[in-house]
Design a protein around this ligand. Structure first.
Ligand code: SF4
Ligand code: SF4
Length: 471
């Protein structure tokens, strides 16, 4: 059996679809409960993002990812490259939290907290302020270039770029002390890498929030593609309830729509006009929908005007729309195998993460044997093994340390430093000898354990195992 070849016209249609020129979307501004939530989250996330690098802790930046010094500071904690496991734990926890929230309430992250959504919202506020509402903006888009258009567009891009530059500056301020960065910026003495990353991040913000907008969500974001596997029929999504909306159609406010055989959708298109991705939610769940709920607010306003009950578009589940249980049953269906497994994993890994962080010992000890002579005899007839001891004080406080060794009777520890004290985050490199009486040594090599203990904090100690070689 041969397969039919696609016709030339079908090819052309596919090509047309794949390479269709983007129609610029000018969403209509909307007010309501969910718009207020988005405003609150934009303000909260941006206050945190722009404010956190300026916080100080113990005379240093409270949160700083110092890549050059390979140290991450998070308030009182200092993480070293050896602590990479915590970053892995944090990523696993974030992924699990995302899976859980997505299974329960769909694209909450996309709709309210994703930087792409937040900056697009922020840039749209500026646009609305300087160019007017969606109709005025569309008119400006279509008008020929003149002084007014140049002035409005120029001002908008100037404000956008100022926001983008500040965003780029703040981003770099998480990796380079922000106060130094600010001083260097004022004195025009920024280094080439700092300049590059500030500009890179500024252009990325400007391009993504100003021009790319919904295209980032539609074509670039991998989460949009795989989030559907985390959805099930009990996941809360922004849904048009066709059972009460259809048949749709325009009518006057006075019409008894039930008697006229109509649903509550007046086909006003407001839900499409307010949508930042330009889709019609009445066509069902679509991957382009970022779950921002602007269409809920828009539709609720129309329902209020018509005197109809709110909720034609609402957060609900597929099972509610199919009549399997009422909206009141949504809470009961949050607890289901998928969400219980995510919650259990989150609790287990989160608990282990917090426990390990709370009991973390801010000390790292390394012991390297002198390769030139495994062992030597001293003038007193004792056996000496020589090492180099590395002590890293990973704490933000100074510490003094005591060293002892076990494994051989009367084993002596001799160090090249009388007082072993390390400043915060200091690395000590000390010559160390273990000296034993040959009478006490049983065999060619003996297992010994070296213990480094902070004298001012009994919790800070580390054991290192090594071999002690006889003659
Ligand atoms: S806003 Fe509501 S009433 Fe208007 S078209 Fe959309 S669903 Fe129908
Ligand atoms: S369909 Fe509604 S929830 Fe989805 S992106 Fe558009 S406005 Fe937001």
């Amino acid at each position: 059996m041969t397969q039919d070849k696609p016709s030339a016209s079908a090819d052309a249609a596919t090509e047309l679809q794949l390479y269709a020129i983007r129609q610029k979307i000018q969403p209509r501004a909307v007010h309501g409960v969910f718009a207020n939530w988005r405003v609150a989250l934009v303000l909260l996330t941006q206050a945190l993002y722009y404010g956190v690098p300026w916080l100080q802790w113990d005379n240093r930046q409270a949160i700083l990812f110092d890549l050059a010094a390979r140290k991450f500071y998070i308030f009182g904690l200092v993480f070293w490259p050896q602590d990479f496991i915590y970053l892995t734990g944090l990523l696993i926890l974030s992924a699990l939290a995302l899976f859980l929230f997505t299974a329960v309430a769909g694209r909450l992250w996309c709709g309210y907290a994703c930087p792409q959504t937040v900056y697009t919202e922020l840039f749209m506020w500026v646009e609305n302020w300087l160019e007017g509402d969606h109709l005025a903006r569309r008119k400006l888009d279509q008008s020929p270039w003149n002084l007014n258009k140049l002035r409005r567009r120029g001002l908008k891009h100037a404000v956008w770029f100022a926001v983008a530059l500040w965003t780029g500056f703040t981003f770099v301020g998480y990796f380079t002390p922000i106060q130094t960065l600010a001083a260097e910026t004022v004195h025009a003495s920024l280094g080439p890498w700092e300049t590059f990353w500030i500009l890179f991040y500024a252009f990325a913000t400007w391009g993504n929030a100003g021009f790319m907008r919904e295209q980032v969500c539609k074509y670039m974001c991998p989460y949009a593609r795989f989030q559907s596997v985390m959805f099930d029929s009990d996941t809360l999504t922004v849904t048009y309830d066709s059972s009460i909306g259809e048949p749709r159609g325009p009518r006057s406010k006075k019409t008894d729509y039930k008697a006229a055989g109509l649903g509550t959708c007046v086909d006003c298109n407001v839900c499409v006009q307010v949508c930042p991705t330009g889709i019609d939610i009445r066509n069902g769940l679509q991957y382009e929908c970022i779950g921002c709920a602007a269409c809920i607010d828009g539709c609720d306003q129309i329902m209020d005007k018509m005197g109809y009950p709110r909720g034609l578009i609402r957060y609900t589940t597929e099972n509610v729309v199919k009549g399997r249980y009422p909206d009141a049953g949504i809470i009961r269906h949050i607890l289901r195998p998928r969400t219980l497994i995510y919650t259990a994993l989150l609790t287990l890994i989160g608990g282990a993460f917090v426990y390990s962080l709370a009991t973390r010992v801010p000390l790292n000890v390394g012991l390297v044997r002198d390769r030139v002579a495994l062992s030597k005899e001293t003038d007193e007839g004792m056996i000496e093994n020589v090492y180099r001891l590395q002590i890293i004080n990973k704490d933000a406080r100074p510490h003094r340390y005591a060293i002892k060794a076990e494994g051989v009777e009367h084993l002596q520890v001799v160090t090249g430093a009388r007082d072993i004290a390390a400043e915060p985050l200091q690395t000590l490199d000390i010559p160390l000898s273990l000296i034993a009486d040959p009478e006490e040594l049983k065999g060619r090599s003996v297992d010994v354990t070296l213990t480094v203990q902070a004298v001012d904090d009994s919790r800070i100690r580390q054991d290192v195992d090594t071999k002690f070689f006889n003659r």
